[in-house]
Design a protein around this ligand. Sequence first.
Ligand code: URA
Length: 210
Amino acid sequence: MTDHLTVVDHPLVQHKLTLMRDKGTSTAGFRRLLREITQLLAYEITREMPLTTTSIETPMEEMEAPILAGKKLALVSILRAGNGMLDGVLELIPSARVGFVGLYRDEETLEPVQYYFKAPEGLKDRLVIAVDPMLATGNSSAAAIDLLKEAGANNIRFLCLLASPEGVERMKQAHPDVPIVTASLDRELNKKGYILPGLGDAGDRMFGTK
Ligand code: URA
């Protein structure tokens, strides 16, 4: 993956995203759509995972068949909204190890504050996919990637549902080696750091907390 930003413009992704943006969509609907859309985005972000071959016997004959190579994947959820994207990826890659980064956003400074970090062993040998639905200011995303790099990760991708131009730029400055895959590059951030047109607070919408 060479591009810093990939916007997945597949019609199914765009259709589901419109349903998610609609404020009339229920909590249950939002969660289901997020899981579905995440699977489609995960398909794109894992496109270049290296393959090797293994010998198997089909009912017809022996063959050398493709299989994922080496240590596989670590999926890292940026709490709490990232959790809404875990199931979608885990349905595709059930053997993935899972880590968590807890950062909350100080609503005045918009700066990230860390409260939790737990990552799987052997990060340096894994493709690490960090998930957070909203790449807004990019401050917490960049801080989460800092922590993953400190823990040894050197092959990281960032998977989000919506990105703002400001967030993409912030990530590009801080982590030019981390490709971003998203369903949409939205217009801008408002003064409170929310994405416009966006979909509101992703955590509140998926967990029904507002
Ligand atoms: N986090 C959200 O949940 N929504 C935004 O628009 C920005 C950050």
